[in-house]
Ligand binder design. Structure first.
Ligand SMILES: NC(=O)c1ccc[n+]([C@@H]2O[C@H](COP(=O)([O-])OP(=O)(O)OC[C@H]3O[C@@H](n4cnc5c(N)ncnc54)[C@H](OP(=O)(O)O)[C@@H]3O)[C@@H](O)[C@H]2O)c1
Length: 262
């Protein structure tokens, strides 16, 4: 039975946390989308969906508990989304896994390498396979991948992160080369700075204080990517006319230098 009573277009936000994921979901819901939110932690998802519905009305957000390290979990969630909300017209693959403080290869376990790479890359492959058939049948669809500086540079300490992000960038190029002619707009967004979400936003503020850079606390937007501002970029990519599709772009706050960080 369809829960999408008004037949709204559906966005699936894979890796729906309180930072970029929620901000993108909210941006699209504000434009009339129904958001399917995918992540592992039920209480966070429940609160997020409730908050979106409180601000935008009923029938705007529903969550699907998913572990991106398991193909079966991804397939099950997308089947439920299709049954309950209808075909996905926008996929945002936003999940990512890395250590805040990196570790050398010798100190990185094979288990961590495998688990993080599943989240950074495999989940994107599985999710893309889930949404492509309906998008191709419709002759259109948008697939946006959240990237990082680690997609371009293999910096020390990031062996369990960067290879997955390189791979994600490659996957996006392949989606484009295989399916752009059939109406699929895929884009890779390189987020080249810390994001002002819960974990990294708080960590950055603590670091600024520790390093005697308290001045940054009065000028946060110059140093951290604001999720709601970045969400504008995702909306911009989705609404680009097909005569001028962007395949890849990068973003950073004004005060940060280009491609300089881990
Ligand atoms: N934060 C930064 O400073 C920064 C900088 C550059 C690039 N990025 C990129 O931005 C993206 C994340 O955005 P964000 O940091 O703002 O995070 P976010 O949108 O607040 O949250 C992402 C969510 O992904 C979910 N997730 C992680 N592993 C998962 C798994 N195995 N299965 C299902 N869901 C999973 C987590 O929820 P659960 O734990 O509940 O599953 C998490 O809350 C990543 O691609 C990251 O590489 C972030």
């Amino acid at each position: 039975m369809s829960l999408n009573k008004h037949n709204k277009p559906v966005i699936a936000v894979v890796g729906a946390g309180p930072g970029i994921g929620e901000a993108v979901a909210r941006r699209f819901v504000a434009e009339g989308f129904y958001a399917a939110l995918l992540a592992r932690t039920e209480d966070k998802l429940h609160k997020m969906a409730q908050g979106i519905e409180a601000d935008h009305g009923p029938d705007t957000a529903k969550y699907y508990i998913t572990d991106l390290r398991e193909e079966a979990s991804v397939l099950t969630s997308f089947q439920h989304i299709r049954d309950e909300l209808g075909a996905v017209s926008v996929l945002v693959y936003n999940a990512g896994a890395r250590r805040v403080n990196g570790r050398s290869i010798l100190d990185t376990s094979s288990e961590e390498f495998e688990n993080f790479t599943k989240i950074n890359l495999f989940g994107a492959f599985w999710a893309t396979k889930c949404v492509l058939p309906d998008m191709l049948a419709a002759g259109k669809g948008t697939i946006l991948f959240t990237g990082a500086t680690g997609a371009l540079r293999g910096n020390p300490g990031l062996s369990s992160f960067s290879p997955g992000k390189f791979g994600l960038r490659s996957l996006c190029q392949i989606v484009t080369r295989e399916y752009q002619a059939r109406g699929i707009h895929a884009a890779h967004v390189i987020v080249d700075s810390p994001v002002d979400g819960k974990l990294i936003g708080e960590w950055s503020r603590r670091e600024w204080k520790r390093r005697g850079q308290e001045g940054k606390l009065d000028d946060v937007d110059a140093h951290l990517v604001a999720p709601a501002d970045l969400a504008q970029t995702y909306w911009f990519l989705h609404t680009q006319p097909r005569s001028s599709w962007t395949h890849e772009l990068d973003v950073r706050p004004q005060g940060e230098s280009m491609f300089s960080k881990l």
